[in-house]
Ligand binder design. Structure first.
Ligand code: 4AZ
Length: 265
């Protein structure tokens, strides 16, 4: 577990790049995927979500989150996946707050499509085609940048403290405000891919996504009061540190690519 401590201290961004580069080698060696390491973030500073509060939320067996984009398609992070193609190895858990609940709906993956051009730097989205549809509400995605502002909800089964590396069995949630690229760059500089990523978090820290939340949605209400996904939990330096926002895939930027990929899955 020494490597975990090292990767935490050096920051999640490094873990994510390592995940992309190492994906092929790891597919050959039957080790725990590097992506599972990068995915070890959970909600810090949140509270337990109510049963059915976020019915589109799913848990992925490698330790990531996701959201139902279609009844049989999950939107998640590319860095949680080992590549595109037929894949029956992922178990998707839906319909419950508590992962250990006997009411959990468990469906296997059939196919994965990782964002075209994904190399560990931006473009952190992927779709999973399910073996069968899940009869739960889907989460619509933002198709314009008009909702990339305000306060967002984050949710996941990830760590409740940086470095905990345990996750939670009950879904947790928290609220985080939008952080402008210019402000986010005060910490990340050019590591932030401005067009493809957006930041959220409190300047004072204390509330954030963390290891194990990766791939899960960041969302808010649209002008009609309906939930809309604006982000995908992607990366950050540690969790909930003051002055260090979480970095999320900017869903609106990829909305048409996502729709096209889902139609072709
Ligand atoms: C991770 O390891 C991770 N604080 C996700 C989100 C953040 C940090 C790490 C943002 O999956």
């Amino acid at each position: 577990m020494l490597s975990h401590h090292i990767s935490r201290r050096t920051g999640i961004s490094l873990a994510k790049r390592a995940a992309a580069v190492g994906a092929v080698a790891l597919a050959v060696a039957s080790l725990q995927p590097v992506s599972a390491q990068a995915a070890s973030t959970r909600i810090v500073g949140g509270t337990t979500a109510a049963q059915n509060e976020f019915p589109f939320m799913v848990h992925l067996s490698m330790g990531c989150g996701g959201a139902l984009y279609k009844k049989d398609v999950v939107l998640t992070a590319a860095h949680c996946m080992s590549g595109s193609g037929n894949n029956t190895s992922i178990t998707v858990t839906a319909g419950v707050n508590d992962l250990n609940s006997s009411a959990a709906i468990k469906v296997k993956s059939k196919k994965v499509k990782v964002a075209p051009g994904y190399n560990g730097n931006g473009k952190d989205w992927a779709l999973i085609k399910l073996a069968r549809p899940i009869d739960k509400p889907t989460l619509k995605i933002a198709t314009t940048d008009q909702y990339n502002r305000g306060t967002f909800t984050i949710a996941g089964w990830g760590d409740t403290e940086e470095g905990a590396n345990t996750g939670t069995t009950k879904l947790r949630k928290a609220s985080v405000p939008f952080v402008a690229d210019r402000v986010c760059k005060r910490h990340y500089g050019n590591r932030l891919v401005s067009k493809e990523e957006l930041c959220a978090g409190w300047q004072s820290g204390g509330i954030d996504t963390c290891q194990g939340d990766s791939g899960g949605p960041m969302f808010r209400k649209d002008d009609a009061g309906k939930m809309i996904q604006v982000g995908i939990v992607s990366w950050g330096d540690g969790c909930a540190r003051a002055g260090v926002p979480g970095v999320y895939t900017e869903v609106s930027h990829f909305a048409s690519d996502i729709a096209r990929a889902a139609a072709a899955l």
